[in-house]
Design a protein around this ligand. Structure first.
Ligand code: UGA
Length: 437
């Protein structure tokens, strides 16, 4: 099949490459010419495991190209996925849908034939009819343009795997047995025949599927972090507690890692956007739980700053602090709303050195006031305190004995629960961890 993907960020670029992998002829479209140039040179404009290779394979095979032209996109295919960003409005909880509506408005006047617009972006429930209205008003093909809702559940750093082998496929349509359904079933045929649970539903349920999945995931993380608060007050160990809870198959250990909490471009803004939409719908009370989820999450970050202050003897001013991690989670260079809060420590007067295997360029651009060092061992030189804030797998492999020699006051706080307390104690470190005795 021929198809386009409008919006080539984390979601769109991955989707485009994966659709080419499924055998389709794909044109990725993004209004950012620089991004298009990078993508056409076989690279992702961000770090995502194996994505460069997949892009290279399919740009070379000719199945995948990128453009900045809506006219080209409209002419190229009759199936258009939209995966533009829907960030949080500055100073508000609600979503900024301007990129989505702008993409629809630019595409619409160029749709002269029947087409399917399949939206993947995360939106407040009730957005699909607004997209349909715009299309029917501005597209020359009128109501021959159908809207489908196809929410995306991929995780950054597992984006290719989650796209090609998703846990489930959700397809939302306005009417039963629409043409759009036949088109999308053909597009995803390989995924469907591989046995992926495929749920065909209405627009609102498809929109809500995404909002509620992220709300649940955020709640699970904040639940275990609330337990971490109780553990800290009672001397219990949240890591063991999470293991014990996780053995109950109804609860499950996955997605329940205690620590600094959730960040990134999705979970924080999605729970806020969901609450804002519930308030508009008059069911604000149904989601007050998410306000608490957000508050618990923010308290973890404050707790880390408090722990650092305690370890520093009461004030961070003048302290030399090394932070392992800048990305919001491992295997990404994404620092959006990252809980690895180095700049806050800097604002409190600390002299902060940051290291991260992938996110240093992005961190440097956003916080040029901090020091950056590539090597996590060298970064610890002369530090008064080490904070472990992003759980890259390489950090626990570093020998704490070798590190201890680099500092006169070997003190570490593990914000992610992946360092081995016994090994660090044995190497002479004062070791503290969130939620652990
Ligand atoms: C999240 C969801 O997991 C995806 O299903 C969803 O498609 C995506 O948002 C989205 O809406 O696009 P992502 O933000 O890539 O994916 O990352 P997660 O792996 O969910 O991690 C989010 C944050 O929670 C990270 O800061 C991570 O460190 C933290 N986390 C995650 C925990 O603190 N504990 C956990 O057990 C899991």
């Amino acid at each position: 099949m021929k198809l386009t993907v409008v919006g080539c960020g984390y979601l769109g670029a991955t989707h485009a490459a994966c659709m080419a992998e499924l055998g389709h002829e794909v044109l990725g479209m993004d209004c950012d010419m620089d991004k298009v140039a990078v993508l056409n040179s076989d690279k992702a404009p961000f770090f995502e495991r194996d994505l460069d290779d997949l892009l290279a394979q399919h740009t070379r095979s000719g199945r995948l190209t990128f453009t900045a032209s809506y006219a080209e996109a409209a002419a190229f295919a009759d199936l258009h996925f939209i995966g533009v960003g829907t960030p949080q409005l500055p100073g508000e909880h609600a979503y900024d849908l301007s990129h989505l509506f702008s993409a629809v408005r630019q595409l619409a006047p160029r749709l002269t034939r029947a087409a399917v617009i399949a939206v993947k972006s995360t939106v407040p429930v009730g957005t699909a009819p607004r997209v349909r209205d715009l299309l029917h008003e501005f597209a020359p093909a009128g109501d021959a343009v159908e809207v489908a809702w196809n929410p995306e559940f991929l995780r950054e750093s597992f984006a290719i795997e989650d796209t090609l082998r998703p846990d489930r496929l959700v397809l939302g349509f306005d009417t039963e047995h629409s043409w759009a359904e036949a088109v999308l079933r053909r597009c995803f045929e390989n995924i469907i025949t591989a046995g992926t649970p495929t749920i065909v539903t209405d627009w609102a349920t498809a929109e809500l599927a995404k909002a509620s999945a992220n709300a649940f995931l955020a709640t699970k993380i904040s639940f275990i972090n609330a337990m971490a608060e109780v553990c800290e007050a009672s001397g219990a160990d949240v890591e063991q507690l999470a293991d014990i809870l996780g053995h109950d198959v109804r609860i499950g250990r996955r997605g329940m890692r205690p620590g600094l909490g959730f960040g990134g471009g999705c979970l924080p803004k999605d729970i806020r956007g969901f609450m804002a939409r519930a308030a508009e719908l008059g069911v604000e009370q149904a989601l007050t739980i998410l306000g608490e989820v957000d508050a618990i999450n923010n308290r973890r970050r404050e707790r880390m700053v408090d722990c650092a202050r305690e370890q520093a003897g009461g004030t961070l001013a003048g302290q030399r602090i090394t932070v392992w991690g800048a990305a919001f989670k491992p295997e990404t260079d994404d620092i959006r709303d990252s809980p690895a809060l180095a700049h806050q420590l800097h604002e409190l007067g600390a002299h902060v050195t940051v290291t991260d295997p992938q996110a240093l360029d992005n961190a440097r651009k956003l916080h040029p006031e901090l020091d950056y060092v590539d090597d996590p061992t060298a970064a610890v030189q002369d530090a008064d305190l080490l904070l472990h804030l992003t759980e890259w797998p390489q950090f626990p492999r570093i020998d704490p004995h070798r590190l201890a020699a680099r500092t006169a006051t070997p003190k570490v706080i593990d914000g992610r629960g992946t360092l081995d307390p016994a090994a660090w104690h044995e190497a002479g470190w004062t070791f503290r961890a969130l939620g652990r005795p």
